[in-house]
Design a binder for this molecule. Structure first.
Ligand SMILES: Cc1ncc(COP(=O)(O)O)c(C=O)c1O
Length: 427
């Protein structure tokens, strides 16, 4: 830690030398992670590079503050600055998304979904949500998650022919099962979701509509894709991923549900908010309201198009034929490589991405027939279409050829590419 001197330096900021001194092992971890983020290509769809302003708020002494409750209604003393941080974050979220109400306290996307369910459901209620193997999230009713254990879950999926959401199936299942809540929004679905269609189906059966916008909320903030806010009763999201904030969650809702959502977050599912994260969310939301961020989100999608086309040219099949967002799913069966092997080979070559099941996947998810890629992080680094074309070729080489020489060659090309677009430039 640096010297606390409130007159000349009001910020007691992270000081790497003190970490090296106090805990050399964790200092090594931290510097190793930074080196990895600088030297490799990060194509995990939910990852990004937060700004130094966001990281400064995260590393601030707000981490020391307990602030159970809400601004003006806390259960701890000394919350003036915490109140300010939370009011700023919530107001920025409301303004950015045009929402009646925002709760910025959820510790994660999963915690936001838990609170959303708690606001409108009781255990045993029926929810209709996208199946995990077709792109849904664990919290959408998977049996290994609280959502599948506590609620009676009915799953919809994509059509086998075009791998798009089957809205006729969604409607038929809604009419047959009369869910109390319908969930849309996904983890591995590259296409836009038709929120108006979901709203109509929810209205037909008197269900609430929850849009889990974890993946796309940053694109919505940048106005690069349509907003779910006018259609949904509740929108949940993560503040990391494309939104480029700290790890965390957020809930937007209609005024009529505001009180229920707030009580579902605190005291029902959480205790004290992580005030350093809330402050960092405020910073990210301010950044996301700028023209530069809007241009960034458009570039993220343009880059995802180019990457997908490039990977198709490498013999990989784009699930649903392409992408409308920041992510794409590629089926590798045509080139005879599993998702598991592709992930491992890319990692060896300095490219981080993840294996992913494709719809109707015949192999188990730990092996998987596909990979998922996203362009949020490389776009933050300043990469554009020309770079993404090159990345597609490098992935093609790394995936097809399983040998050390190829891995070394690709790694060298990756190093060259990131040296012109560094994440966290030195100096
Ligand atoms: C659609 C969706 N919802 C919720 C989450 C959960 O977010 P977290 O990992 O912050 O709990 C994710 C994470 O990837 C997601 O993709």
């Amino acid at each position: 830690m640096g010297t606390p001197d409130s007159t000349s330096t009001p910020f007691w900021g992270p000081d790497f030398a003190s970490l090296q001194h106090a805990d050399p092992e964790i200092a090594e971890v931290v510097s190793g992670e930074l080196a990895g983020q600088r030297e490799g290509l990060r194509l995990i769809a939910g990852e990004n590079f937060a700004s130094s302003a966001v990281l400064a708020a995260l590393g601030s002494t707000l981490a020391n503050k307990y602030a159970e409750g809400y601004p003006g209604r806390r259960h701890h003393g000394g919350c003036a600055q915490a109140d300010r941080a939370e009011e700023l974050a919530a107001r920025r979220a409301r303004e950015l998304f045009g929402a009646d109400h925002a709760n910025v306290q959820p510790h994660s996307g999963s915690a936001a979904n838990l609170a959303a369910y708690a606001a409108v459901l009781v255990p045993g209620d029926t929810i209709l949500a996208m199946s995990l193997p077709h792109g849904g999230h664990l919290t959408h009713g998977s049996r290994v998650n609280y959502s599948g254990r506590w609620f009676d879950t009915v799953a919809y999926g994509v059509r086998e022919g075009d791998e798009r959401i089957d809205y006729e199936q969604v409607e038929a299942l809604a009419l047959a099962h009369r869910p109390r809540l319908i969930v849309c929004g996904a983890t591995a679905y590259p296409r836009l979701v038709d929120f108006a269609a979901f709203r109509q189906i929810a209205d037909r059966v008197g269900a609430y509509l929850l849009v889990d916008a974890a993946h796309i909320v940053g694109l919505v903030a940048g106005q690069a894709v349509p907003s779910p806010v006018p259609y949904a009763d509740i929108v949940t999201g993560t503040t990391h991923k494309v939104l480029r904030g700290p790890p965390g969650g957020m809930i937007l809702c209609r005024a009529a549900l505001a009180e229920r959502i707030d009580r579902a977050v605190y005291p029902f599912t959480q205790g004290g908010p992580h005030m350093h994260a809330v402050a960092a969310k405020a910073v990210a939301l301010r950044e996301a309201a700028t023209p530069a961020y809007r241009a960034y989100t458009r570039q993220v999608i343009a880059n995802a198009h180019t990457l997908t086309q490039g990977l198709q040219a490498e013999g990989m099949r784009a699930v649903s034929g392409g992408t409308d967002t920041h992510l794409a799913l590629l089926d590798l069966r045509g080139i005879g490589v599993s998702g598991h092997d592709a992930e491992r080979r890319c990692e060896r070559a300095g490219i981080t991405l993840n294996r992913n099941a494709v719809p109707f996947d015949p192999v188990k998810p730990t092996i998987a027939s596909g990979i998922r890629v996203g362009t949020a992080a490389v776009t933050t680094q300043g990469m554009t279409e020309g770079d993404l074309k090159e990345i597609a070729v490098l992935i093609g080489r790394a995936v097809r050829e399983d040998d050390d020489a190829t891995a070394r060659g690709v790694r060298a090309a990756v190093a060259e590419l990131v040296s012109t677009h560094p994440a966290y430039p030195r100096g």
